[in-house]
Structure formats: structure tokens, C-alpha cells
Write a protein that binds this ligand. Structure first.
Ligand code: HEM
Length: 126
């Protein structure tokens, strides 16, 4: 039987494009988060996050074709991520998820994952 992936259920690539674009608009204007991003152009970082989330939710596996195994905790090790950065990240994600206007069930699946994943990226105390 064909299973509908979460990627398909939320509307595929355009939905993830909107999500991550709105999120990065928040990052670009955030005095806590913006300094963490090494590149002046946030476009490539936006693309990496978009492709990662698409792959995670059952869409095309372009992320790993380009970047290999995600190893996200390791890839975040160079950036000091404490409670403050975690909270700012989730705040912009919440705004971006809200703009999608997903059904309650799909919204909860996405949000629960993001909350769990953001917690796992914290690498600084205090
Ligand atoms: C990359 C910050 C949480 C997924 C990055 C980068 C920074 C960053 C500064 C480097 C930008 C780049 O060049 O790509 C943060 C902060 C977080 C956080 C402050 C707060 C908790 C997350 C979470 C996810 C995620 C929860 C996944 C759900 C990614 C991905 C990349 C990335 C996929 C690109 C990895 C690569 O291929 O190099 N993040 N991040 N991040 N982040 Fe996060």
C-alpha cells in the first residue's frame, strides 16, 4: 500500500520552502542568533535546513546527497547554543509554523519534533 508521507501531507516542497524562509527572516533580524551564522549570505544555510527537513519528513534525499549523514549535534558543536539561543530559535520556528496554517494534528507532529530536536542541540550550560 502507498503511504502518504508527512512531506506530502503538508504540501511538499513549497510548504518547507515557506517554513524555512519565514524562519530565516526571523534569524536575519535576531541579535542573539544572527551573529552565530558564519556566512554573510544566509541563503545557503536556509537551503541546508530546508533540504534537511524535507528529507527528515520523507521527501527527496537531496540533503544527504549533498551533505552526507546529518550528524546534527556534531555539526552544531562549533556554535555556542544555550537556553537563550534555543529559545530564540524556537520562537522564530513557532512564527514560521503558525504561518503554514496546518491542521492541528500535522502542526503538533511538526512542532513536537522541532521542540525535541532543538533541545538536543543545546551544548552550553547557563
Ligand atoms: C546549521 C544554529 C537548531 C538543523 C546551523 C548553523 C547554525 C545553527 C549557526 C550553521 C549555518 C549553516 O552554515 O548551515 C542553530 C541554533 C539552534 C539550531 C542556534 C537552536 C537550538 C537546529 C535544529 C535543527 C537544525 C533543531 C533540526 C531540526 C540544522 C541544519 C544545519 C544547521 C540541517 C545545516 C547542517 C549542515 O549540513 O552543515 N544551525 N541550530 N538546527 N542547523 Fe541548526
Amino acid at each position: 500500500a502507498q503511504e502518504v508521507t508527512f512531506f506530502e501531507a503538508v504540501g511538499g516542497e513549497p510548504t518547507f520552502r515557506r517554513l524555512v524562509h519565514t524562519f530565516y527572516e526571523g534569524v536575519a533580524a535576531d541579535p542573539v542568533l544572527r551573529p552565530l551564522y558564519p556566512e554573510e549570505d544566509l541563503g545557503p544555510a536556509e537551503e541546508r535546513l530546508r533540504l534537511f527537513l524535507i528529507q527528515y519528513w520523507g521527501g527527496p534525499r537531496t540533503y544527504s546527497e549533498n551533505r552526507g549523514h546529518p550528524r546534527l549535534r556534531m555539526r552544531h558543536a562549533p556554535f555556542a547554543i544555550g537556553e537563550r539561543e534555543h529559545d530564540a530559535w524556537l520562537t522564530h520556528m513557532r512564527t514560521a509554523v503558525d504561518e503554514l496554517g496546518l491542521s492541528e494534528q500535522l502542526d503538533k507532529m511538526l512542532w513536537d519534533y522541532l521542540v525535541m530536536a532543538a533541545r538536543s542541540m543545546i551544548n552550553q550550560m547557563g
